[in-house]
Design a protein around this ligand. Structure first.
Ligand SMILES: Nc1nc2c(ncn2[C@@H]2O[C@H](COP(=O)(O)OP(=O)(O)O)[C@@H](O)[C@H]2O)c(=O)[nH]1
Ligand SMILES: [Mg+2]
Length: 261
């Protein structure tokens, strides 16, 4: 009988990769996303599941997803009845995947879905978390709203400083995770700060993080859902939490080991 320690949690059947796509009022950009994912399904993403989490959209996002899924067997569509936030949607998506590698991507194609197989390749090669890194020195300059870009860059800089490790980007949703590692991360943020929280908890757990420099492009359809005031408040809370976690973490390492009786 396998014990909980030896049990192989990898499924023997099912898709090798699940791509979670959180969507909130993204009707305008869906045709482009579905077209690009469709091409990828004919190539490097063949056999992968794409799991959309519609988060109580008030536009036709859910109807459009359902209708598209009828002719695309690789699509799974889940829905929250009300808007619960990006973090809650990620929890729903992760909990409903059984694949050994789980990805999350933006639905607005500001990070090119065509780069996803590269991130999955990094996890297959040994990374626990592989993330697109818009703020890596080797990334081409980001395009888009100046305030959005500055906020994301600034908070990533602060997390880097607090954590004291050479990780440049904490805020890109565009990632691939090793399932068994992701399953051990408990994150509590409901909104955009969840993306940074997952990364911070992964770093503190000693996970192997790999960054892939990538350009953040301009949103071509619909509007950003990020509310700058709410995001700043959430990140301030998370920075405080991180500072305490870092102190506890370092404190544990400084404590002398207890001698055996
Ligand atoms: N499920 C869900 N997804 C969201 C929510 N807010 C934003 N998103 C999705 O998260 C991704 C990033 O959001 P976006 O508005 O592009 O923010 P920005 O890139 O930071 O400006 C997009 O795919 C959004 O549809 C939300 O409340 N719930
Ligand atoms: Mg975006």
């Amino acid at each position: 009988m396998p014990t909980s320690k030896t049990r192989n949690i990898r499924p023997t059947s099912g898709p090798p990769v699940t791509v979670v796509v959180p969507c909130y009022n993204e009707e305008a950009g869906l045709p482009m996303l579905l077209e690009r994912l469709g091409h990828l399904q004919d190539g490097p993403m063949r056999g992968w599941e794409v799991l959309f989490v519609d988060d109580g959209s008030s536009d036709r996002t859910f109807a459009a997803l359902l209708s598209a899924s009828r002719s695309r067997p690789w699509m799974t569509v889940l829905r929250h009845a009300t808007n619960m936030g990006l973090g809650s949607s990620l929890r729903t998506g992760f909990a409903n995947s059984s694949a050994p590698i789980i990805c999350s991507i933006d639905s607005d194609c500001t990070l090119a879905p065509e780069r996803l197989p590269d991130l999955v390749g990094l996890v297959e090669a040994g990374a626990d978390i592989a993330t697109a890194s818009a703020w890596h020195p080797e990334s081409i300059k980001a395009e888009g709203n100046f305030i959005r870009i500055s906020l994301s860059r600034a908070v990533s800089g602060l997390y880097k400083l607090l954590i004291g490790q050479d990780i440049h980007t904490f805020t890109c949703l565009f990632r691939a995770y090793r399932r068994e590692r992701l399953a051990r991360i408990r994150f509590w943020s409901h909104g955009f700060a969840s993306v940074a929280e997952i990364m911070l908890r992964g770093v503190l757990a000693g996970y192997r993080i790999v960054e892939l420099p990538m350009q953040l492009g301009k949103r071509r359809y619909g509007d950003s859902k990020l509310k700058v005031g709410d995001a700043i408040a959430a990140h301030l809370g998370l920075l405080t939490l991180t500072a305490s976690l870092v102190v506890m973490h370092r404190g544990r390492r400084w404590l002398p080991r207890r001698e055996a009786a």
